[in-house]
Design a protein around this ligand. Structure first.
Ligand code: SAM
Length: 242
């Protein structure tokens, strides 16, 4: 008997595409009757898309203006990309009890990623120095705790929100604009507010960790480069103990 090669299992996406293509002639015949409905659908999609673009451009302009006024406070000319924000949020376990504290939320890209990750709004506290960004964040993310203040004094600034052990700290601060002693102090104070194993998550554009190894009792993990960010960045995760 001649050998017949086994039939290759079909890729599910290719199978779905095939079904859609085969159904096209039938759907084309329905088109004239559905013209108004389709036009309304396309218009709604287009309006949603242009609203997203307008919001993104408005955020970029806000960011750039703040950077022109306070370059050392901002440390970047545009907000982080959603890809970088999602990579940072992936290190947070929403099932771990306690508040998740965000440092330097800016226009809220990482805030959104943390909420998308499943952190409940009432368990998210975002500390921001700029009063304008605080107003924007309160409007954009109802239910989260927006704290106007200095993230480098994390314990004092959080007050009662920082009394119970924290689940995670996620920082968008431009740490490298501060001297090493201040960076180490912030990291140690934040780690002391968390149980062992809970992460302090920080992004940077640098080759070396923004808080150097060996300066305290913490371990460092780093992500691959996130190239879907301009400039490419990586995520550093600090935990208590070596
Ligand atoms: C590089 S931006 C990051 C913004 C946002 N997380 C992102 O990734 O797009 C730094 C943010 O930290 C804020 N910031 C800088 N120093 C701060 C401080 N001492 N306390 C609180 N926020 C601060 C800035 O106002 C700015 O919003």
């Amino acid at each position: 008997m001649p050998h017949r090669p086994a039939k290759k299992p079909q890729n599910p996406v290719a199978a779905r595409l095939g079904r859609q293509i085969r159904s096209l002639p039938g759907r084309m015949r329905e088109l004239p009757g559905r013209a108004d409905e389709l036009k309304a659908e396309w218009q709604a999609d287009f309006e949603e898309f242009s609203a997203d673009i307008k919001a993104k451009v408005a955020d970029d302009i806000r960011f750039l203006k703040t950077w022109v006024d306070k370059p050392m406070q901002m440390g970047a000319v545009t907000p982080s990309s959603p890809a970088l924000a999602a990579r940072m949020a992936a290190f947070v376990d929403p099932a771990r009890p306690g508040m998740v504290v965000e440092l330097g939320p800016g226009t809220g890209v990482v805030t959104k990623a943390l909420l998308d990750r499943g952190v409940p709004p009432e368990r998210l506290a975002s500390i921001e120095y700029s009063a304008d960004f605080c107003t924007l964040l309160r409007h954009r993310f109802p239910g989260i705790h927006v704290v106007h203040g200095d993230a480098y004094a994390i314990r004092r600034t959080l007050g009662r929100l920082g009394e119970a052990p924290l689940a995670a700290v996620v920082s968008g601060l431009p740490l490298l604009t501060r001297p090493p002693a201040q960076r180490i102090h912030l990291l140690e104070e934040a780690l002391a507010m968390m149980p062992p194993g809970a992460p302090f998550v920080q992004f940077s554009y640098s080759l070396v960790p923004p808080v150097p190894p060996g300066a305290g009792d913490y371990s460092i993990e780093r992500s691959n480069w996130v190239v879907m960010n301009l400039p490419p960045a990586r995520v550093w995760v600090y935990r208590r103990g070596r």
